[in-house]
Design a protein. Structure first.
Length: 337
């Protein structure tokens, strides 16, 4: 068993509580993403699981074993950092093998693990190069190869793709997911990028200010956000959340809801309905995003293909009542909506 369970984990820095009693389970052979804005505590949680930070409170279990106070080297985890953490004076081969040499793994096994890792991440032709001779994507592949050779059942990744350009990030997302599945890793992955979370994760743990906002599959968080924060954090553009007490909105308020949420892709231009004015038009090729205004409120509509709308145009929009999300005055989702 190589699942990871976190129970009531907390971290106190002087008078600041960076992590406030979080609990979740990363099941064996799955990819769990810790998602949230900068400063929400996700990297601190990862470092406490790794043993690089001491937990102020709570318990970390790996494979049903309490590792909360164990040395990092005895926890059975590998870790990939944002900075790659490569030794500049060592070539790719030596960077990959460094941990195995420290642990005094035999030479024959080192060669076997190196060959396998290099093949898996496409580094066979680059083993003699130094890090300075590699691109950002190649350096990240070296970091991934060290995870492969470590042969640990649990892998922790702290924003490993944030230094790459958009095209490389997309390629490396696929690479990380493929490695996780092929190696049957229990992978916990930290990111602030919702695209990484939505495209890679079996489970997302959404965090805010040291607390868990919602835990579930990407589809569960997108389709049934627990509160206004989750609704706005996931989605590009984010969900429209409109105050029904201030606007003349179509349909009746559901169950006393004060805020109506509707995804931009569910907002449809029509001949009659909710009157709006076009503020801006963003043409993306495959889709167009309209920024619309009504009084002091702004809402977004995401349309397939190209729209003929222009700034200043007045039009109407509608949405299916079945696609509406209702939130109370505190921004919490109303049951049954």
């Amino acid at each position: 068993m190589s699942g990871v369970e976190v129970r009531d984990l907390a971290k106190q820095w002087g008078g600041t509580r960076a992590v406030n009693g979080v609990s979740f389970t990363a099941h064996e052979n799955t990819l769990t993403v810790l998602l949230g804005p900068s400063g929400c505590g996700k990297s601190t949680i990862l470092r406490m699981i790794a043993g690089l930070e001491n937990a102020s409170e709570g318990v970390v279990l790996i494979g049903d074993k309490d590792v909360t106070r164990l040395d990092p080297s005895r926890r059975g985890v590998s870790m990939v950092f944002q900075s790659y953490a490569l030794f500049p004076h060592l070539d790719v081969r030596e960077n990959i093998l460094f941990g195995l040499k420290v642990r005094r793994v035999g030479a024959a096994e080192q060669r076997e693990r190196l060959d396998r890792a290099a093949r898996m991440v496409g580094l066979e032709e680059l083993l003699d190069r130094k890090p300075a001779q590699l691109s950002g994507g190649q350096r990240q592949r070296v970091a991934l190869a060290r995870t492969v050779v470590a042969n640990q059942p649990v892998c922790l990744m702290d924003e490993p793709l944030s230094n790459l350009d958009a095209k490389l990030r997309a390629e490396m997302r696929d690479e990380v997911r493929r490695l996780q599945q092929n190696l049957h890793l229990t992978l916990i992955y930290v990111t602030h990028d919702q695209t990484e979370a939505m495209s890679m994760a079996d489970q997302v743990v959404l965090l805010r200010e040291g607390n868990i906002v919602q835990t579930g599959t990407p589809a569960e968080l997108y389709e049934r956000p627990a509160n206004e924060f989750a609704a706005r954090f996931l989605g590009t553009p984010p969900m429209n959340v409109l105050d029904v007490d201030r606007l003349d909105l179509p349909g009746e308020r559901a169950n006393g809801g004060h805020f109506l949420g509707i995804r931009p892709e569910k907002v449809v231009p029509t001949d009659t309905g909710f009157p709006v004015e076009v503020s801006a038009v963003d043409y993306m090729g495959a889709e167009t995003v309209l920024r619309l205004s009504h009084g002091g409120a702004t809402l977004m509509a995401r349309l397939n293909g190209r729209s003929e709308a222009a700034p200043g145009d007045r039009l109407h929009v509608r949405w299916d009542p079945a696609d509406v999300h209702w939130f109370d005055r505190e921004g919490v989702r109303l049951e049954g909506t």
